[in-house]
Design a protein around this ligand. Structure first.
Ligand code: PHE
Length: 445
């Protein structure tokens, strides 16, 4: 344990955790999930899910990580509950599963930077997406993206992850603010703002059953929960830090970036008359790519936009990779460098079906959202809320100074609202996986 790394500074941890949270989930997925789920109404559900479920769940992961200073699997053993190591294992597995297709999207983004610079998609953006999103081109993109991430993780926590995210996170936030400001000058942008920001409350109740699983799943994904990432990152922090304050900073920043992405994407789409609710993962690529050719300085804008997305994607992907690497570093005699390389190869193979065929991509994503993520978070919550219970509150109190009432309130929340919300999400998800007319669990062979 003595050679285990730690963050060089509190800011280093915060930026790395924000870098993990802010990613494709905010910029690529959040706008299209908002669009396919009815616009501003979804935003309401999502914000509630982040606050009531995501934030307390993040603290649960922090507690496990910091109390033990171990990787996400051994942390449970270290706490004295060896049987619960399987929960850590599920988190590591879920992260790995998600990373396999996350890399594919990372590859698309790299391709779009190139396409923006050369204007390759300016003729027909839907056709361009179709040509690069699956098959050999996507496989190459996936491999290149993976290579970058493996390189950073191989260098280590302090020199690799911490240094990289220190530059990345502030640049993402600044560039997004810049783009959001520029978008206000577009003619016709107003309709985009009202689509995104003024919910039609009359549809709220009727859609709750559909929206809850999406909103909660999105909250987990975007906050990097249920994938052992936050357990791993918080295992490198000291006892003198306030977990609620750090968690609050991460949650708020992450939500702001998601909202900023909406403030960039929707006004642009409305300004050029493109419908935002073309469903599916292509939406943001096709829609944004049809915007740039019509805008002044479109090529440069495209490079900047997709450049920001790429930075955000890398800082998230490295956190997922670090989860497994840190387990290997703690448990095997392999070096960090060889572990990162070996895992890179495994990820490439696991992600291959998603890169080859979008149907597989959708299947991987559906299983992650409807099964692995909610199940993993649920088990963590049960563990922290009912098994660790008062020890968890004691850990939460470390480094907070005051905030005496916060711990018990948090525990009460976890045992009631949070667990019930996640359980509901899981049940609704399982229904579509197994009981629907066309059960989503069946792979697209
Ligand atoms: N939170 C990241 C995003 O929004 C994705 C991610 C999930 C990263 C899990 C790390 C762990 O894109």
């Amino acid at each position: 344990m003595s050679d285990r790394e730690t963050w060089a500074s509190r800011l280093g941890f915060l930026l790395a955790a924000i870098g993990s949270a802010v990613g494709l989930g905010n910029i690529w997925q959040f706008p299209f999930k908002t669009a396919t789920n009815g616009g501003a109404v979804f935003l309401v559900f999502y914000l509630v899910a982040v606050l009531l479920i995501g934030f307390p769940a993040m603290l649960a992961e922090f507690i496990i990580g910091r109390r033990t200073n171990r990787n996400a699997v051994d942390a449970f053993g270290e706490l004295g509950f060896k049987q619960w190591r399987v929960v850590g294992g599920l988190g590591v597995f879920t992260g790995f599963w998600i990373l396999s297709y996350y890399n594919v999207v990372g590859g698309w983004v790299m391709r779009y930077i190139l396409g923006s610079a050369t204007g390759a998609y300016f003729g027909n953006s839907a056709e361009y997406f179709g040509a690069i999103a699956s098959g050999p081109e996507a496989v190459v993109g996936q491999a290149l993206f993976l290579l970058i991430c493996v390189g950073i993780v191989a260098v280590g926590v302090e020199d690799g992850i911490e240094k990289a995210t220190k530059v990345m996170v502030p640049s993402i936030v600044l560039l997004m603010i810049g783009m959001a400001a520029w978008v206000t000058t577009l003619e016709g942008a107003g309709a985009g703002y009202s689509y995104f920001l003024s919910p039609d409350f009359s549809t709220l109740a009727a859609n709750a059953g559909d929206l809850i699983p999406f909103a909660v799943g999105q909250a987990f994904f975007t906050l990097s929960l249920g994938m052992a990432a936050m357990i791993t990152y918080s295992s490198y922090i000291g006892d003198d830090e306030s977990l609620p304050v750090d968690g609050g900073i991460i949650v708020v920043t992450n939500t702001l970036v998601g909202v900023l992405a909406g403030l960039v994407v929707f006004p642009i789409l409305f300004a050029i008359n493109v419908s935002p609710d073309t469903s599916g993962p292509s939406a943001i690529f096709v829609a944004m790519a049809s915007a740039f050719p019509q805008l002044p300085g479109g090529r440069l804008l495209g490079v900047v936009f997709f450049g920001v997305v790429l930075i955000a994607a890398i800082s998230s992907a490295i956190s997922l990779l670090e989860v497994t690497v840190s387990y290997g570093v703690d448990n095997t005699s392999y070096s960090r460098v060889s572990l990162a390389a070996m895992l890179g190869v495994v990820l490439f193979v696991l992600g291959f079906p998603s890169a080859w065929d979008l149907a597989w991509f959708g299947w991987f994503d559906t299983l992650a959202y409807k099964l692995f993520l909610p199940l993993s978070v649920l088990l963590i919550l049960v563990f922290v809320g009912w098994v660790l219970s008062s020890n968890a509150v004691a850990e939460l109190r470390q480094g907070t100074g005051g905030l005496r009432a916060f711990g018990p309130t948090w525990l009460w929340m976890v045992r009631t609202v949070v667990i019930l919300g996640v359980l509901l999400t899981l049940v609704l998800g399982l229904q579509t996986l197994f009981l629907a007319e066309d059960p989503a669990i069946i792979p697209p062979i």
